[in-house]
Design a protein around this ligand. Sequence first.
Ligand SMILES: Nc1ncnc2c1ncn2[C@@H]1O[C@H](COP(=O)(O)OP(=O)(O)OP(=O)(O)O)[C@@H](O)[C@H]1O
Ligand SMILES: [Mg+2]
Length: 255
Amino acid sequence: MLLEVEGLTRYFGGVAAVKEISFQVQESEIFALIGPNGAGKTTVFNLITGLLAPDAGSLVFEGKSLAGLKPHQIAAAGISRTFQNLQLFGGMTVLENIIAGAYLKGRTGFLKSLATWPGSAREERKIRQEALALIDEVGLAGLADLPAAALPFGRQRLLEIARALASGPRLVLLDEPAAGLNSAETKELADYLKRLREEGKSMVLVEHDMETVMEVADRIMVLNFGEAIALGTPAEIQANPEVIKAYLGEDEQVA
Ligand SMILES: Nc1ncnc2c1ncn2[C@@H]1O[C@H](COP(=O)(O)OP(=O)(O)OP(=O)(O)O)[C@@H](O)[C@H]1O
Ligand SMILES: [Mg+2]
């Protein structure tokens, strides 16, 4: 088991944003977390990546507890993420953004790697080549030297995914990667996520676009007001009356 989340709980004020959530992510799995706005999805990511400390519960990655680790240590352990609100370096080029992501690799912290940047010329060439390959793979070919801020929003989303992948993580947490993408880009994204799974990556996908979720997810957990109300395959989730009621309102159907 790659990631084991057990009884994860986090309060803000007196309110549980995440309450006793348990799930496991397997190797080469796309595990989706869905639920209405404010359900606690991003908070789960913030807890896994060490931006927030849990009030209760445990997080175990590759058999080791993540308790007390700093965000850069968790990144170095092999978990990377994208942000719902993009956090690119807008003034840096596409290539530089990806190289910055690549320097999270290994056991050094981000600041330390910046301090030693660019490292040896040979290492730099290798990282550059890998970054360019990633740029092609994610569909940003030809854009490497543009400032990130100059890209259309949909392309910036893809860049953030590429940057998250640049560190060679075992597990990638994607927070609404399809938000702001047009339908062609969304389709490309879904195909790309499936390709990454074939290559052995594991992903936790937070996404409101149900078509994408139902197409790519192996299993889905539904959160509502911080609590898990369902866990199952896309077919099981689509047929779950409680999910339809809580998540979409009684008049609508999932996907
Ligand atoms: N840092 C914080 N301080 C206080 N409250 C917070 C904080 N982060 C999240 N919350 C609250 O916790 C709850 C869950 O928020 P969260 O961002 O995890 O929801 P979400 O499922 O990601 O929603 P969305 O789909 O809108 O992104 C919300 O009520 C939110 O206001
Ligand atoms: Mg969110």
